[in-house]
Design a binder for this molecule. Structure first.
Ligand code: PMP
Length: 362
C-alpha cells in the first residue's frame, strides 16, 4: 500500500498543502518571542502547589462542571453577575470551538477579522470550513471602520474576531469602533473580543456583556503567567454559552491544570503584581527604544512592543546570532513591513535585548 495514495485519498487537500504551526527552538536563547511572563510563582508558593498536585486524583476524569475553578474565575477575574464561563485548553481551543460551532454546513459561513491579527483566527476558520475575510488595518494600525462595516454588510459574518489589544500590533482599537461593529452585527452575527492581554491593558469589554447580546469576551491565563497550564475562558449570554458547551470536548481541562489554576487564582494578587511590574518595564523599554535612531515604536497596551527598523530581516538575523529570540513580522502583512515584535521581560533581559539591538542596527 502506498502511503502517498492513502494520504491523498483521506486527508483534505487544504490540510495537505498546509504547514503545521511553527514554534522555533528556543533552547539557549533569551526568549522574547511568545509574550510569556518571565516570572515564575515565588518558591514558597511553588512548594505549596507541589503538595496540592500530589493529592490530585490522576486516575479519575476531571469533575465535569469544573465548579470550584469556574467559581474562582467568576469571583477573581471580573465576570459580571449572572454570567458563566466556558473553559478551553488555552484560548486557542476556544477559538476552534467557536469556529466549529458557527461554520454552517449548508451555507457559506464567514469569519471576519482585521489583519494582521492573531494567526489562529484564520487557521481555525479554515480548519472548520469557514471562509476568512481579513480587512487590513490602517497605516497607523487603527481599525478601518468603513471597510469593516462594508464587509459586515457584504459577507454577513457569523463570527468577528477583534483582539483587544491586538496581536501582533499591541494597540487597543477605538472603543467607539468596536461598539459600531457590535451594533452593525446585531442579531446576524457574533463579535468576539479577545482580551488575551487584558492584564496589561486594564481595559475590558467584560463589564459590558449585559449591553450586547452578541458580544463574547475571551481571555486566557497564559499571559498572566500560566502559559504552561493552558487555560482559556470565555463569557457571553448564558443561552449562547450553552450552544458552545455542546461542542466543547468533555474533560478538556485536565486535573493538573484545574488544580494549578485554582491555586494560582487563590494567589492572584501575586500574578497581578507581576503584571504591574511588566507594565512599568513596558514604559521603560518603549522609552529606551524610542531613543534609538531609526527605530519607530508603536504604542502598546500589551506585554510586547512592536517596532519598525530600517531592515528587519537583517536586524532579526543579527539578534538570533546573539541568542536573542524575537518575532520578525516583516512578511506577515504589508502594514508591518520591517516590523519586529519583542516581549517585555525582566529589566536584565530587556537590557540584553536593547544592547544587542543597538549593535544589530549598525
Ligand atoms: N489570542 C491572542 C490575541 C493571542 O495573542 C494568543 C497567544 N499568543 C492567544 C489568543 C492564545 O492564547 P492561549 O491559547 O495561550 O490561551
Amino acid at each position: 500500500m502506498s502511503l502517498d495514495s492513502l494520504i491523498a485519498n483521506t486527508i483534505r487537500p487544504d490540510v495537505r498543502s498546509d504547514k503545521s504551526y511553527h514554534v522555533p527552538d528556543a533552547s539557549g536563547f533569551v526568549k522574547l518571542d511568545a509574550m510569556e511572563n518571565p516570572y515564575q510563582l515565588p518558591e514558597e508558593l511553588r512548594r505549596e502547589l507541589a503538595g496540592r498536585l500530589a493529592e490530585v486524583a490522576l486516575n479519575r476524569y476531571p469533575a465535569a462542571a469544573y465548579g470550584p475553578l469556574k467559581e474562582r474565575i467568576r469571583a477573581k477575574l471580573g465576570i459580571p453577575a449572572g454570567y458563566d464561563v466556558l473553559l478551553g485548553n488555552g484560548s486557542d481551543e476556544l477559538i476552534a470551538i467557536m469556529a466549529a460551532t458557527c461554520a454552517w454546513q449548508d451555507r457559506r459561513a464567514v469569519m471576519l477579522a482585521p489583519v494582521p491579527a492573531f494567526v489562529m483566527f484564520q487557521r481555525s476558520a479554515q480548519v472548520a470550513g469557514m471562509d476568512f475575510v481579513g480587512i487590513p488595518l490602517k497605516a497607523d494600525l487603527a481599525l478601518d471602520l468603513p471597510a469593516m462595516l462594508a464587509a459586515i454588510e457584504r459577507h454577513r459574518p457569523t463570527l468577528i474576531f477583534l483582539a483587544y489589544p491586538n496581536n501582533p500590533t499591541g494597540n487597543l482599537f477605538d472603543t467607539a469602533d468596536i461598539e459600531a461593529i457590535l451594533r452593525a452585527q446585531g442579531e446576524q452575527g457574533l463579535v468576539v473580543v479577545d482580551e488575551a492581554y487584558e492584564p496589561f491593558a486594564q481595559q475590558s469589554f467584560m463589564p459590558r456583556l449585559p449591553e450586547f447580546a452578541n458580544l463574547i469576551v475571551m481571555r486566557t491565563l497564559s499571559k498572566l503567567g500560566l502559559a504552561g497550564i493552558r487555560l482559556g475562558y470565555m463569557s457571553a449570554a448564558p443561552a449562547l454559552l450553552e450552544q458552545f458547551e455542546k461542542v466543547r470536548p468533555p474533560y478538556n481541562i485536565n486535573v493538573m491544570t484545574q488544580a494549578a489554576a485554582e491555586f494560582a487564582l487563590d494567589h492572584v494578587e501575586v500574578l497581578n503584581e507581576q503584571a504591574r511590574l511588566l507594565r512599568e518595564q513596558r514604559t521603560a523599554l518603549s522609552a529606551a527604544l524610542a531613543a534609538l535612531p531609526g527605530v519607530q515604536v508603536f504604542p502598546s497596551a500589551a506585554n510586547f512592543i512592536t517596532i519598525r527598523v530600517p531592515d528587519a530581516d537583517s536586524v532579526h538575523a543579527k539578534l538570533v546570532s546573539r541568542k536573542i529570540l524575537i518575532k520578525n513580522l516583516s512578511k506577515m502583512h504589508s502594514v508591518l513591513a520591517n516590523c519586529l515584535r519583542v516581549t517585555v521581560s525582566t529589566p536584565d533581559e530587556n537590557a540584553a535585548f536593547l544592547d544587542a539591538l543597538k549593535d544589530s542596527l549598525s
